[in-house]
Design a protein around this ligand. Structure first.
Ligand code: CUA
Length: 329
């Protein structure tokens, strides 16, 4: 399927067939082996089946005579023994390689790994980047920027129901289960934009619970992390200043945080650097002024069931609010 839009990092990839990291590659190898082995079994079964059809006696009289023939009984037994042996060998080797792959996946070493706490919400992702001491560093929503070539440990938690993280180009699926923490280890080996998707039905907007993993060279990633750590810069223009007042006086701040301002709500996504993100509404919309305006005016018309209530802002207030939001880079 063609992507609905591309990002500044180029068209994004969402495919198990083009692994871009060591973990996805290991799964890809397992898949290839399974395909080859199962393909061979299928070919063998069809061949034997066609052969048997071709050799089948044409009249029932000879069939009865053949079945009671000692020789043909022995041939049947040998054929059954072979079939059982081959099946056991095939399934046994798939099982062994599967276990080996699972072992490899868990062995990606966490030396100097980047650690991220990723929490699933209905229907968006909250990523808390941790510093080297394990304390929260900064918070992002619906986007994971990752340094190429560095192991990333993602601790998965859920705030409500079961979700599942799946970024096919980087790793297989792993569930986010309320009350538990699961850890996904991955490493992006090539720069690029990799789309991930919630892979467990979690309610009305499950299909629109996406996130973008953007892998960058280490120095670009560090520059991004430095800018994310900063609080929001104070608005400069009169309109943007008014926009901040609109944000603080219309209930936005009771759900959203903008560090550097009085807004400290924790129910919705942290918006400190909203304008630096590629998408809005969990990967649903490109991050553009018109889409943001529509989202603020009536998010539920775009994504029925979301917690964000419609607003009753005047057009002037809305434009000022957008001017302010655009400064959150
Ligand atoms: Cu979250 Cu499906």
């Amino acid at each position: 399927m063609a992507p609905p839009f591309t990002t500044s990092a180029g068209a994004f990839l969402q495919s198990v067939l083009h692994p871009q990291g060591i973990q996805a590659e290991r799964i890809w190898n397992l898949w290839n082996l399974t395909l080859v082995l199962c393909g061979a079994v299928f070919f063998l079964i069809v061949t034997v089946f066609l052969y048997v059809l071709w050799r089948a006696p044409r009249s029932t009289a000879t069939t009865k005579a053949d079945v009671h023939n000692q020789h043909s009984k022995r041939v049947h037994h040998i054929a059954i023994a072979w079939a059982l042996g081959l099946s056991a060998a095939g399934l046994g080797s798939l099982f062994a390689v599967d276990m080996l792959t699972a072992r490899q996946l868990s062995q990606l070493l966490p030396d100097d790994a980047l650690r991220i706490d990723l929490t699933g919400h209905q229907w968006w992702w909250q990523a808390t980047y941790l510093n080297s001491a394990g304390a929260p560093d900064f918070i992002v929503a619906n986007e994971l920027q990752l340094p190429v070539g560095r192991t990333v440990l993602i601790n998965l938690r859920s705030d409500d129901v079961i979700h599942s993280l799946w970024i096919p180009a980087l790793h297989g699926k792993l569930d986010l289960i309320p009350g538990r923490t699961a850890t996904l280890r991955l490493r992006a080996d090539a720069p690029g934009s990799y789309r991930g998707q919630c892979a467990e039905f979690c309610g009305e907007q499950h299909a629109l619970m996406a996130l973008l993993a953007i892998a960058k060279p280490a120095e670009q990633y560090e520059a991004w992390a430095v800018s994310q750590r900063r609080p929001a810069a104070p608005p400069q223009t009169e309109s943007a200043k008014h926009g901040l007042r609109v944000f603080l006086s219309n209930g936005c701040a009771s759900c959203h945080t903008i560090r550097g301002t009085a807004a400290a709500g924790t129910l919705g996504p942290d918006l400190t650097h909203l304008a630096a993100r590629e998408t809005l509404a969990a990967g649903m919309l490109p991050n553009q002024r018109g889409h943001l305006a529509g989202w603020i005016a009536n998010a539920r018309a775009i994504k029925p069931g979301v917690a964000m209530p419609p607003s009753t802002l005047t057009p002037n207030d809305l434009h000022s609010l957008l001017d302010f939001m655009e400064t959150l880079r």
